[in-house]
Ligand binder design. Sequence first.
Ligand code: FAD
Length: 247
Amino acid sequence: MRLRVGSPLWLVHGPAPRRRYPTLLGSHDADVVIVGGGMTGAGIAHVFATAGLRVVLAEADLVGRGSTGASTALLMHETDEELGSPAKRYGPKRAARIWKLSRSASRDLIATLRRLRISCDLEECATIYWTSDRRLLLGGNDRPVAAPARRRQAFDAGTRKLRQYFETLLPALTDVEIELAWEGLFAITPDGLPYIGSHRRYPRHLFALGYGGNGMTFGFLAARLLLDAVRDVPNRDLQLFAFNRMR
Ligand SMILES: Cc1cc2nc3c(=O)[nH]c(=O)nc-3n(C[C@H](O)[C@H](O)[C@H](O)COP(=O)(O)OP(=O)(O)OC[C@H]3O[C@@H](n4cnc5c(N)ncnc54)[C@H](O)[C@@H]3O)c2cc1C
């Protein structure tokens, strides 16, 4: 399945990838195999390897070029749904814990980016629309996945809709042309929270998925939580994101 349409800013104007990774051939010994080299896989690989586990990361295409490459790149700690929604569903105590975990995951990720000196124009923004090179970045207009044959058409229609929104929002800037447009896939769960942890049908697998528009933060939270899961360290926070939480 194609994870992106269009030309994300980061892939067009970002630095060329500095490393090429070898094709995985032969047999290898590892404690954990991570499938997928997006934000989630990269975060998990870093956290696990730092903790001393031997990891193999398998990527079918190119590292960081899936949904991660399409992201608007905002490190937010709010969930997609307002705090009132998990509070209504799971009670205020659990909702507050989810919010705190998400906040500390975004701080943890920022600290890690700084510690590893990852050059990614990390900055705190008073407004979310301007990038460091003074480009205006406008996101939104989520819609269900279109059939492959209709995806380009749906993408063009979505771009036009966002353009109209932009002109309503900032009428003084209507002469600004669109330089780049793109879209990507993400999955939303019924309660707007990701699934992190084990699944009863797959006893030797762990999962991290379904973050909605918050994969940067939740992907990193998943890495921390899954480290406990893989080491069999009890962690009550895993229950907050368990597959069976909505029974
Ligand atoms: C338009 C858009 C804007 C967004 N904006 C934000 C934002 O501002 N902030 C935020 O936090 N989040 C945002 N998100 C969400 C965020 O980008 C995603 O949640 C996050 O990138 C998911 O990362 P991932 O590593 O799980 O998935 P991906 O980045 O899609 O990585 C999955 C990887 O797995 C590989 N793969 C799949 N199957 C296999 C296989 N069988 N074997 C080997 N490899 C495989 C794929 O090739 C891919 O590289 C946005 C998403 C979109 C689409």
